[in-house]
Design a protein around this ligand. Structure first.
Ligand SMILES: *Cc1c(COP(=O)(O)O)cnc(C)c1O
Length: 394
């Protein structure tokens, strides 16, 4: 039968029926170890009881009233984020790319209200990924994502990632904002060094430029801190979050300071669904689980354990693994030519392990944050046999 779906995706022949914790079950009843978690979304695994309960309770009360009316739970969730971050103000969205749009609009508005309408330049980084809306693809700069969609938008420049001199040359008092993922996801799991983020912060302060973090993939506790940038201590002016913050329910947000957010007054921005009661109920339940310090300690420990295990893999397969990358439970390794990440990913899937691919020939893992050492050992075992199989197939 022909598919009636726009052919933007190419899924394997595999259909999951239900999930529980770190495991997915297909329509034949087979179990799959999920080390990609909907691309860093299912932070608490599948069907976590606290999230299921919050969603079910809210579903029986109220689904949607739009932003014509107050939704008290929005204030409740925004308070949690603001009391535990650099931010004073939050705008809720349904996805990451919408959150990015908000950050870019707020940055330009900030300069415009200061009489600097022409200060529109957004500096971003090679290998960046910020989503698929027009603003996001222009900020991301990936030629494959821009091709065929009309002229590039004005006011976007890409520079080399984690290159001090490039940043010093590009960030001037004409720059509106710098946007960076503290750990690049799609681009190949490159973590920006702490001192690089601190240097960006200083350059932004010196030039009056706003610093935007895209923590859509690396936030929500994934690196062992609520937000990845906390490892560096370099705070942003604006930050986009999504993916893990909804634990599988569509939820995103952008957070900012009073100085930036106060200019986004009535009529400047909006969303029909953003901050709807269902999303808020899940977002609050998720925050309350992740914010426990023992939870984040667990993520750090599991991240270290997985990294050690991968270092072991790299020792066993020095001809195949170039380096181990990432931070916390956003992690993986770069393969050496002629080995290809997607092939190893496919071989692992044949053996019951789901992981992902990222740019730069990286095999990506972003398991639920609730994994145990046993899950990690099992994943490494499968990757080991998959690497052997890839070598034999060569
Ligand atoms: C996934 C992702 C986005 C886009 O989020 P969507 O919810 O797919 O729109 C933006 N930035 C980063 C870093 C991401 O990983």
């Amino acid at each position: 039968m022909p598919s009636h779906l726009i052919p933007t995706y190419a899924p394997p022949d595999l259909v999951f029926e239900r999930g529980e914790g770190v495991w997915l079950y297909d329509d034949k009843g087979d179990a799959w170890l999920d080390f990609i978690a909907g691309i860093a979304v299912d932070a608490l695994g599948h069907c976590h009881p606290a999230l299921t309960k919050a969603l079910e309770e809210q579903a029986g009360k109220l689904w949607h009233v739009s932003n014509m009316f107050d939704v008290p739970a929005r204030e409740e969730l925004a308070r949690r984020y603001c009391e535990n971050s650099f931010a004073d103000l939050v705008f809720f969205t349904n996805s990451g790319t919408e959150a990015i749009e908000g950050t870019l609009k707020a940055a330009r508005k900030y300069h415009a209200v200061r009489g600097d309408e022409d200060r529109i330049e957004i500096v971003s980084f090679q290998g960046a990924f910020h989503g698929r809306s027009y603003g996001a693809i222009n900020a991301g700069g990936n030629p494959a994502y821009l091709a065929g969609f009309g002229p590039r938008m004005e006011g976007f420049t890409q520079i080399a990632f984690a290159d001090d001199d490039a940043a010093k040359a590009a960030i001037t008092n004409k720059t509106a904002a710098v946007i960076i993922e503290p750990v690049q996801g799609e681009g190949g799991l490159r973590a920006a060094p702490d001192n690089y983020l601190r240097m960006l912060r200083e350059l932004c302060d010196e030039t009056g430029t706003l610093l935007i973090y895209d923590e859509i993939q690396c936030g929500a506790g994934r690196t062992g801190k609520m937000f990845a940038h906390e490892w560096s201590g370099a705070m942003p002016d604006i930050m986009a979050i999504a993916k893990g913050v909804g634990g599988g329910f569509p939820l995103g947000a952008w957070l900012t300071t009073n100085a930036v957010g106060e200019h986004m007054v009535v009529g400047t921005h909006g969303s029909t669904y953003g901050g709807n009661p269902l999303a808020m109920a899940v977002g609050i339940a998720l925050w309350d689980e992740i914010a426990k310090s023992e939870f984040l300690d667990h993520v750090t420990q599991m991240g270290q354990f997985l990294k050690q295990q991968m270092a072991g893999l790299a020792d066993t397969h020095p001809d195949m693994i170039e380096d181990v990358r990432g931070l916390g439970l956003l992690t993986g390794f770069k393969l050496k030519e002629p080995y290809v990440n997607r092939m190893v990913m496919g071989l692992a899937r044949e053996r019951g392990l789901l992981c992902g691919a990222a740019g730069d020939n990286v095999l990506r893992m972003a398991p639920p944050l609730i994994i145990t050492e046993d899950h990690a050992r099992k994943a490494i075992e499968v990757l080991d046999t998959s690497l052997h199989a890839a070598r034999s197939a060569q």
